[in-house]
Design a protein. Structure first.
Length: 381
């Protein structure tokens, strides 16, 4: 009996020692693994001969590091520059009298100072009726009466004018200067003494970078729009978006976000003629990517497929394109000696640099052969 009791005690003691030993080994292996993974293995990644042991089994080193992302935007600087060129626009019925303090709900929106002598870009919806009175409030809280200078026939833009000199003016960004994911800043209308509110969003896509079918376009309407993050809540029409260089990337209108390039084209057009006069081609089309055109048996190029849509013919009757001989089914991929690009060389972009009476050359594919044609542009009604 004593002998059996002794062996039982030995077995229990042995089991206890083994359990303690296993725990100690477990802890030691954890500590050793932590030391090797954090201090030894990262340095082994630079040893060239380790993969000679088994060249088909690569050495994989995992290391966690803190990464600080800096997109190069000085938010305060961009905000201050955008604030200086942004105005609040209020449009009132013509019967309203400021001095009598009548209660009326105005149409409120924003605008962008375009020239140092008081030309401002805003939207038709903000301007409202042609009989409305318009009041513009600058960032320094001073206000001025405004008159309508011109209404754009190709977009929702309106140009208004105040009597004020030495105003700050913005720079405009070209679409190719932007990339998807860029952070953009906008500020809201403000009547208070504090700084206006700021919104930040991200650029989702550039004009023409989406090829969802069908994507109908017209040479008579500018629809080169930017797309931003869906979580961005448009605060008011006429608000501008600035990029990290404080350049104007776009402006909100009822139809979409017009590009900075188009804003610049509108300004140039108006200053050259003191009116907004665009050329007309009379063409309706879909934009095809090179992959889509290849699938359709067309040259593997980005281009415009001339098509009709319900109630709208492919080429306008007696329009410049029809007179030149363009017809439905033609695939246009070169415009004025430049390859068509929905971003860099869109039809609207080319037309914005021309005027009525100018010629536009188009290279297109028809019936298995390449053809070239020149059309004389007419005036947009």
């Amino acid at each position: 009996m004593p002998s059996g009791s002794f062996w039982k005690k030995e077995i229990r003691w042995t089991r206890l020692k083994l359990a303690v030993l296993f725990c100690a080994l477990f802890l030691l292996s954890g500590v050793a693994g932590g030391i090797f993974s954090n201090f030894v293995f990262p340095h082994l990644s630079g040893v060239p001969f380790l993969n000679l042991l088994d060249p088909h089994s690569p050495l994989v080193i995992n290391r966690t590091e803190q990464v600080i992302i800096n997109d190069g935007m000085n938010t305060r600087e961009v905000y201050d520059r955008l604030k200086a060129v942004t105005v609040t626009v209020a449009s009132y019925p013509s019967t309203f009298n400021f001095s009598e303090r009548q209660f009326v709900t105005p149409i409120l929106g924003e605008g962008l100072i375009a020239t140092a002598d008081g030309l401002i870009i805003t939207t038709k919806s903000v301007v409202g009726s042609s009989k409305n009175k318009i009041r513009v409030f600058l960032s320094d809280k001073t206000s001025f009466d405004a008159t309508v200078a011109a209404l754009d026939g190709k977009s929702d833009l309106a140009l208004i004018k105040i009597s004020k000199d030495n105003l700050p003016v913005p720079q405009f960004a070209l679409p190719e200067e932007l990339i998807a994911g860029d952070r953009l800043i906008s500020i809201g209308a403000n009547f208070s003494e504090s700084d206006p509110p700021m919104w930040q969003t991200q650029l989702v896509s550039l004009p023409g970078s989406s090829y969802f079918y069908p994507n109908y376009h017209s040479s008579e309407i500018n629809d080169d729009f930017l797309t931003v993050n869906g979580s961005y809540a448009q605060n008011s029409e006429g608000s501008s978006l600035a990029n990290r260089q404080s350049r104007i990337a776009g402006l909100f209108t009822k139809s979409g976000i017009l590009t900075g390039h188009y804003l610049q084209a509108v300004l140039t057009n108006y200053l050259s003629t003191r009116a907004l006069s665009w050329p007309s081609l009379g063409l309706n089309y879909m934009v095809l990517s090179s992959a889509q055109s290849s699938l359709l048996g067309l040259p593997a190029k980005e281009g415009m497929l001339v098509v009709s849509r319900p109630g709208v013919p492919a080429v306008a009757l007696n329009g410049a394109a029809a007179v030149a001989g363009i017809r439905e089914g033609d695939f246009i991929y070169r415009v004025n000696n430049g390859d068509f690009s929905a971003v860099k060389n869109s039809l609207n972009r080319v037309l914005s640099s021309l005027k009525s009476g100018d010629q536009i050359e188009m290279v297109f594919w028809r019936a298995g052969a390449e053809q070239t044609i020149k059309a004389t542009l007419k005036s947009l009604p």
